[in-house]
Design a protein around this ligand. Structure first.
Ligand SMILES: [Zn+2]
Ligand SMILES: [Zn+2]
Length: 502
């Protein structure tokens, strides 16, 4: 009888644990900045984005640019195929997928017209929808998804352009029909992905600083008006909201060679956006962006003096970097991110950062058929940083630790480039990282940048170590000097006398 009771208890416990696991804990993928380059060639000229050059007999002097890509070039199609296959292998049944833009390469020769853009985006749309049938996929427009790059107009041609994303890039399959009119107005839409959780996809290219077609327009595409209305509705319906977009608000963290970094959005648009984010911060439980190609997060005070929001920025699939024209970027290993969230209150719980070690993958003698052999877990956020979840409070704790602890900052900086650390982060770089992480408004940023207190303090162990080394050197010199004086003083004096007498 007792065996039967034990069995019943075990079954109940098992089913409860399964229920907790299945019902309470959700997952979604974040993929961003694929920058697929159809002209990538393993034998192409590495100084020209790994493109073949018909005028050069030997393009890259005989070396192989790599099957999976090269740090000086954008992603080959094969890398993107492997990445999406790995997502399927690692977690095949996510609640949804967010896809935050920039699908075209950083090359001028690819941009001949809008149809080329839509065709390229369609490739990835189809790859995602066939790999993950029946899983909601929420896209947004990147600054490299437009023709020409960085620009979207705010005139009567806009709606034709947005129609192109729906019809030609295949986004009709991703955006609910009820939202098509919003998308045609300004390239934005929202979607209830589960009861109580709405994802709002904003078109940040309308606010993006190089987009000079919208810089003087107070509300391009009436996006602020729409955003505020959706958030008001969500608030009344007791929904929680995730905002997704391509360009994050705030400042770049790219000042690796010193100097202040620049804001990402036009001043008036950044101001309007942050006002709305602050007003609805109690229901916005997550913000997700791409564009910077780096693994980082932002915590937002919105000029209130206390942290009221945060965002998580995912690193790119493309490994590309450049040092040209002062546009300094860092090479990164290709990556995708699996985010854990609560099905009960939509709180962000954790993420697993997966990556492909590009150097290792390219050096494999045999091509691996199993994407699981290529994409590995780099780290899990809560395990690594020792915080309970991805809430704003937890991110603030991590930020405070990074300011105080040199060892933690060094590891953060290694993860920033997804394990491909190519430079050390000096004081200017540390200020750029910490200020861009913690400031969203101009006044916060200016104050932060001028404050030397934001430079990471050496860890206590390091201070003690430096002190001990200095003490040992001093003692050694003193002992050596004493010994020298004691043993050689008379003979040295004689030698000196002898030479000076010549
Ligand atoms: Zn990008
Ligand atoms: Zn971008």
């Amino acid at each position: 009888m007792w065996k039967l009771k034990l069995c019943v208890i075990l079954i109940v416990l098992f089913s409860v644990s399964k229920r907790i696991n299945c019902e309470d804990h959700g997952y979604f993928w974040h993929i961003t900045d694929t920058h697929v380059d159809q002209n990538y060639s393993r034998t192409g000229n590495v100084k020209d984005m790994c493109h073949e050059d018909a005028n050069l007999a030997e393009n890259n002097h005989g070396s192989d640019n790599g099957l999976y890509g090269n740090f000086l070039c954008d992603a080959p199609q094969y890398l993107v195929n492997v990445t999406i296959a790995a997502m399927k292998e690692i977690h095949s049944n996510p609640d949804f997928i967010i896809w935050t833009g920039d699908n075209l390469p950083h090359t001028d020769d690819f941009y001949s017209d809008w149809d080329v853009i839509f065709e390229a985006i369609r490739n990835t749309t189809e790859l995602l929808t066939t790999t993950f049938p029946n899983i909601p996929i929420i896209p947004c427009i990147g600054n490299h998804d437009t023709f020409p790059p960085n620009i979207l107009p705010n005139d009567n041609t806009s709606s034709n352009i947005y129609k192109g994303y729906l019809d030609k890039a295949g986004w009709k399959d991703l955006v609910n029909e009820s939202e098509w009119s919003n998308f045609l107005t300004g390239g934005y839409f929202s979607q209830l992905v589960k009861p109580g959780l709405r994802i709002i996809s904003v078109n940040t290219i309308l606010w993006y600083i190089p987009n000079n077609l919208t810089s003087d327009v107070p509300d391009p595409g009436n996006q602020f008006q729409w955003l505020e209305a959706v958030l008001k509705n969500s608030s009344q319906s007791l929904e929680k909201v995730y905002i997704i977009g391509h360009v994050p608000p705030g400042y770049y963290n790219r000042a690796y060679k010193g100097g202040e970094t620049s804001p990402t959005m036009h001043h008036q648009h950044a101001e309007s956006f942050t006002k709305i984010l602050l007003k609805y911060s109690p229901i916005i439980t997550g913000q997700f962006y791409g564009h910077v190609h780096l693994d980082m997060f932002q915590i937002f005070q919105y000029d209130t003096g206390t942290f009221k929001g945060s965002s998580i920025l995912a690193p790119s699939v493309t490994p590309w970097h450049t040092n040209n024209n002062n546009n300094i970027t860092l090479p990164v290993n290709p990556s995708v991110r699996l985010i854990h969230f609560s099905h009960i209150d939509s709180k962000l719980l954790d993420y697993d950062q997966y990556y492909l070690n590009l150097t290792k993958a390219n050096s494999m003698k045999k091509v691996s058929e199993d994407p699981k052999n290529l994409y590995e877990l780099l780290y899990t956020f809560t395990n690594f940083y020792g915080v309970p979840d991805l809430s704003t409070e937890s991110l603030v704790k991590v930020y405070e630790e990074l300011k105080q602890n040199e060892t933690a900052f060094d590891l953060f900086f290694t993860f920033l480039t997804v394990g491909k650390k190519s430079v050390d982060c000096d004081n200017d770089c540390q200020v750029a990282q910490l200020c861009s992480m913690s400031c969203i408004t101009d006044s916060e940023y200016n104050m932060c940048f001028r404050s030397s207190s934001y430079v990471v303090k050496p860890k206590l162990n390091s201070v003690v170590l430096y002190f001990c080394v200095a003490l040992m050197i001093t003692v050694t010199i003193m002992v050596a000097f004493y010994m020298y004086k004691k043993i050689f003083s008379s003979s040295s004096r004689n030698e000196y006398t002898r030479f000076s007498s010549i």
